[in-house]
Ligand binder design. Structure first.
Ligand code: IPM
Ligand code: MG
Length: 359
């Protein structure tokens, strides 16, 4: 009797349901090929949850996630909810789910698919060999510090506080070292230690832990310099570990290097094997419902889930190989097509990939 893996499926808003639909087909195909058993439970989250339940993160959805082995998330948000108060914004639900599930580590691989080099705004020779992972701290820092308004000498003021404790820094930095160890053994720790106290603590912790990883080459990079070096020498980075807000910014920059944000998957992890997997791209409300979105990032998020949560390495590889073979055969959705007139739709792309998954 195969062991049944429980997956909470949160399609969300915009193109979320379309891309998640294709990822579910991939799950089904791997059940057939590999004998896996997945039990999926769907939950409302984001804008649709605001509309139907009056909150972006209903307790019921959180319970579904907590009862699962992994969460597959589409995307949340859209102009409809952009002017809502903080409590009624999809983003608030996103921060809430990260915190409630203890997902302190956000892993965003950015690798350039050879056949898509022309889709990047950077020169191919600069991109050559770019394959990096941003490991972003996800439940601390300025995102979660105390926030308030007050009256100051010049009228209203707003305050956001940035707090990090040693435990929070240590666990994410260790993740960075551990991941680097499985790759090219290079870790760039990104901070702003020339200005921020939280960054000085960060750097102290990194330096204290570093001797435990003598096989990993460590560099400290100031965040502004990192933003520049990412454009100048992207291929020299292997693993980048950084705090919440720097990671938010740097990971978008890294994603854009690849020229294909529609291709990038991400994982949010806590202490155990449990993880939340989602495409890096957003809900793309401008193209939602037209059947033209790119499902590859969500499909690759399934591969990441197989690797990091279930340990299904062979099937993960099979999914990644299938994506590559479909791209190599020249199939493109509109976002990555050079000749837009030849672009295929979401379900066609999903079907091609499903058909290409081999055991
Ligand atoms: C991300 C997003 C979120 C973040 C927003 C939508 C709250 O930009 O996942 O990177 O800032 O973390
Ligand atoms: Mg972001």
């Amino acid at each position: 009797m195969a062991d049944v893996k429980k997956i909470a499926v949160i399609a969300g808003d915009g193109i979320g349901p379309e891309v998640v639909g294709e990822a579910l087909k991939v799950l089904k195909k791997t059940e057939e090929l590999y004998g896996y058993q997945f039990e999926t439970t769907h939950g409302l989250f984001g804008g649709i949850a605001i509309d139907e339940k009056g909150t972006p993160l209903p307790q019921e959805t959180l319970d579904i996630c907590k009862a699962a082995d992994a969460v597959l998330l589409g995307a949340v948000g859209g102009p409809k909810w952009d002017n809502n108060s903080k409590e009624l914004r999809p983003e608030t639900g996103l921060l809430g789910i990260r915190k409630a599930l203890g997902l302190f580590s956000n892993i965003r691989p950015a690798n350039v698919f050879d056949c898509l080099k022309e889709a990047s705004t950077l020169k191919p020779e600069v991109l050559e060999g770019t394959d990096l992972i941003v490991v972003r701290e996800l439940t601390g820092g300025i995102y979660f510090g105390e926030k308030f308004r007050r009256q100051g000498a010049h009228g209203e003021e707003a305050v956001d506080t940035c707090v990090y404790n040693v435990v929070e820094v240590e666990r994410i930095v260790r993740q960075g070292f551990e991941i680097a160890r499985t790759r090219r053994k290079k870790l760039a720790s990104v901070d702003k230690a020339n200005v921020l106290e939280t960054s000085r603590l960060w750097r102290e912790v990194v330096n204290r832990i570093a001797p435990e990883y003598p096989d990993v080459e460590l560099e400290h990079v100031l965040v502004d310099n990192c933003a520049m070096q990412l454009l100048r020498r992207p291929s020299s980075f292997d693993v980048i570990v950084t705090e919440n807000m720097f990671g938010d910014i740097i990971s978008d920059e890294a994603a854009m290097l690849t020229g294909s944000i529609g291709m990038l998957s991400s994982a949010s992890l806590g202490e155990g094997a449990f993880g939340l997997y989602e495409p890096v791209h957003g809900s793309a409300p401008d193209i939602a419902g037209q059947g033209i979105s790119n499902p590859i990032a969500t499909i690759l998020s399934v591969a990441l889930m197989f690797r990091l949560t279930f340990g299904y390495h062979e099937a993960a590889q099979a999914i990644e190989d299938a994506v590559k073979s479909v791209l190599d055969a020249g199939h493109r959705t509109g976002d990555i097509a050079v000749d837009k007139s030849k672009a295929i739709g979401t379900t066609e792309m999903g079907d091609l990939i499903v058909a290409a998954i081999k055991k």
